[in-house]
Write a protein that binds this ligand. Sequence first.
Ligand code: PLP
Length: 380
Amino acid sequence: MNELAYATAYAGSTNLRAIELGERIAGLCYPGIRRFFFTSGGAESNESAFKTARFFWKASGHPGKYKVISRKWAYHGVTLAAMSATGIDSYWPMFEPRTPGFLHIASPYPYRFERPKSAAPDDPRTPGQMAADLLEEAILREDPETVAAFIGEPVQGAGGVIVPPEDYWPRIREICDRHNVLLITDEVITGFGRTGEWFGLSRYGVQPDIVCFAKAVTSGYFPLGGIGVNDKIAEAIDAGTGEGTWMHAFTYSGHPVGCAVALANLNILEQEGLVERAGQMGERLLEKARTLASHPHVGDVRGLGLMVAVELVADKATKAEFTPEQKVGPRVHAETQKRGMFTRLRGDVYNLAPPFIVGESQVDTMINILGESIRAVLGS
Ligand SMILES: Cc1ncc(COP(=O)(O)O)c(C=O)c1O
């Protein structure tokens, strides 16, 4: 703040810290993503990605490509377009109508994925392939000349830590390529280390066209987010003039203080090996959480890196859910709060996502508290 408390990033301007941060993230992110635009948070990043996808297709002579496909249980933020991409329907009713041109396909949810009715009984495809193929069906149904982009979180976070099967993302990439649909990854949670790698799709060997990030770029200590785009998109933005200009920026884009905080934060993540640590502690967290699986109402325990979820069910054999009136999730949450642990739920799915510096004994305490709380509400 002493050096430069504010500088506008409108009209082609930037500042040294923003340039440094762009260069730094280019070295950490997917190799094909080398150009960055900074925002103040996750929803602004996703809005920027949707608009940039539309911009790219208009600039490339495909003005009819404007639709965005996302998934059930997706969480992309609460501004109007981000809310419309969000696939948790409780976020919609009091704010509808949603933005036109946003549609959803099923999530690759391994615990609850149902084979599509169109799949023959002897269909050789794996659940991951079938889930990915729902994207192709949607693109063909809508007409590829109307679809701009697919957006997905590498691991769905707020929707209940849904880790896709290993063969899901590579097939999504192929489908996007086949139909000229941009692949946007919402890495607001998974970006900068939470899965044990710097970005969430690397483990699947997949590169997106646009990556959205926020949260961990500053470890949350200052509001900053952004998007990274591939070279083709960057070239289209550079080439835009007159009416074809990429008219998009926020007052706080590339805020020099936010960028300085991010640079300091990335230094700490690197120097203290915190991304690797997130992977190691995540393994411990998942292993400990799995000890809860023997409880008669723990239906599923899943996770990747430092994001783990425990899904509570009324009937383990049928996977039937409790009714919302039973308020099982909120009651378990109240019990964990009494014992000093606070988190975010999706219905009866209890999500755990501690900071990267979490210690081994703290991981153990978290699972002990959760186990005691589940038993306090549902018996042992
Ligand atoms: C995957 C994902 N995308 C977008 C957002 C929205 O970010 P923000 O709340 O900073 O707008 C969130 C927030 O939790 C998120 O988890």
